[in-house]
Design a protein around this ligand. Structure first.
Ligand SMILES: Cc1ncc(COP(=O)(O)O)c(C=O)c1O
Length: 419
């Protein structure tokens, strides 16, 4: 895989981690082990596809002019930028002028919430859910500190937001409703068109963080009915540091970043042209292959969930069985911490996570698994395995060989510690 860059780990001897399919000595845990690493953390980020990198490369060199420049080179790049914008819009059922490029999902979420309120309402109502990404929850918190009212809707045991609870929360005050499309930790896919209809009935403006769904399942802004929608390229085999916010015509948006007036004045800064071209290429490929990928990856997801439930006693699935992202597996094991399972799998060459990439490493149980009504100890037992387009049945079988003894060993240790 010539296009993937390698992660450097720091240890006594810093060296390069192997890529999938490569065997090498892995020193991060001070053990000499020859292994082939298996990456099951695609919800945190995905490797850039070879075709995507190929499409981007000329824009770092031969086509590196600023698209705002008047000369022929600049105008050529401006046309390429416009073409990429059109391809992204088309994939979402939107029009090119409705797409605002950002530095990623976090900025798109912040732009949606701050941008739609700033300068318009002194005191508005922000309604969101308990399982949102921190890019939404912390933005809502900051808006609360500026005097806006914030309501955080609970979710049921599968992570679903109730339309009735949303209706009850909207009382006629100008409101922005931000409900994510697919959850990054437990994979729950909301019935967004229904929630959007409820919010619109009550005069609310609807934003959705679709960072985990765009490219993975059908996302059409008109079918979903949303006014604002966030996406991020690195979740669908595009590059990091580029994303977009879809903005429905008529929605006014104050910029977070002021400057040269790019993106129709909604987001200043010289455009990240290689990133945009990479995002457009990755999205076009993902959408063209979506049906086939969804079928194949969700069958692997189900085989992994079923295999774990068969092989490991006292294991439970977090999140729903259906209405679930095709690539998401999130399970918990009674009596042991998810962190220790992740480390055990890491030693065996398998990359997984306890939840979102941002909350990993924190001792606090994730707000998402807690919102399902789990006790802190149960919530801390969760691990997430997120599959990718290139995950195979052999990969699933490898996890099913490695995971049961890891859990058994950890339970043995936990038992030994509590006697
Ligand atoms: C649901 C969700 N929203 C937002 C983000 C943030 O996206 P980015 O990393 O592009 O800022 C992520 C990434 O982890 C995510 O999973």
């Amino acid at each position: 895989m010539p296009h993937q860059s390698r992660r450097r780990v720091t240890g006594r001897k810093s060296r390069l981690l192997p890529l999938r399919g490569e065997a090498c000595i892995y020193p991060a845990h001070n053990v000499l082990q020859v292994m082939e690493r298996l990456y099951l953390d695609h919800a945190a980020t995905t490797p850039v596809r070879a075709e995507v990198l190929d499409a981007m490369l000329p824009f770092f060199t031969r086509l590196s002019a600023n698209p705002s420049s008047m000369h022929a080179g600049g105008q050529h790049v401006a046309r390429e930028l416009a073409a990429a914008r059109s391809r992204i819009a088309l994939a979402l059922g939107a029009r090119p002028q409705e797409i605002v490029f950002t530095s990623g999902g976090s900025e798109a979420d912040n732009l949606a919430l701050f941008g739609s309120l700033t300068g318009r309402f002194e005191r508005a109502h922000v309604v969101t859910s308990a399982i949102e990404h921190h890019a939404v929850l912390h933005a809502a918190q900051a808006l609360r500190e500026r005097g806006h009212r914030v309501t955080i809707l609970p979710v049921d045991r599968e992570g679903l937001v109730s339309g009735d609870a949303l209706r009850d929360a909207l009382d006629g005050t100008p409101a922005v409703v931000s409900i994510m499309h697919g959850n990054n930790e437990i994979g729950t896919i909301q019935d967004l068109s229904n929630l959007t209809a409820v919010a619109h009935e009550r005069g609310g403006l609807v934003h959705s963080d679709a960072v985990q769904t765009v490219g993975h399942i059908p996302v059409d802004v008109n079918v979903l009915g949303v006014d604002l929608l966030s996406l991020s390229a690195h979740k669908f085999e595009g590059p990091k540091g580029i994303g977009a916010l879809y903005v429905r015509p008529g929605v006014t948006l104050a910029p977070l970043i002021h400057g040269g007036g790019q993106e129709g004045g909604r987001r200043s800064g010289t455009e990240n042209v290689p990133g945009v071209v990479g995002m457009a290429t990755a999205l076009a490929l993902a959408v063209a292959e979506q049906e086939e990928t969804m079928q194949r990856v969700s069958a692997l997801r189900d085989a992994l969930i079923d295999g774990i439930m068969r092989a490991i006693p006292h294991a439970s699935l977090n999140g729903p069985r259906t209405r679930r992202l095709p690539n998401n597996v999130n399970v918990r094991f009674d009596r042991i911490e998810g962190d220790t399972v992740v480390l055990g799998l890491d030693l065996a060459g398998i990359d997984t996570s306890t939840g979102s990439a941002c909350s990993s490493g924190s001792l606090e149980p994730s707000h998402v698994t807690r919102a399902l009504g789990l006790e802190p100890a149960q919530a801390r037992g969760a691990i997430r395995m997120s599959l990718g387009r290139t995950t195979t049945r052999a990969d699933v079988e490898r996890v099913l060989q490695v995971l049961p003894p890891v859990v058994q060993r950890l339970r043995g240790l936990a038992g030994a510690l509590t006697v």
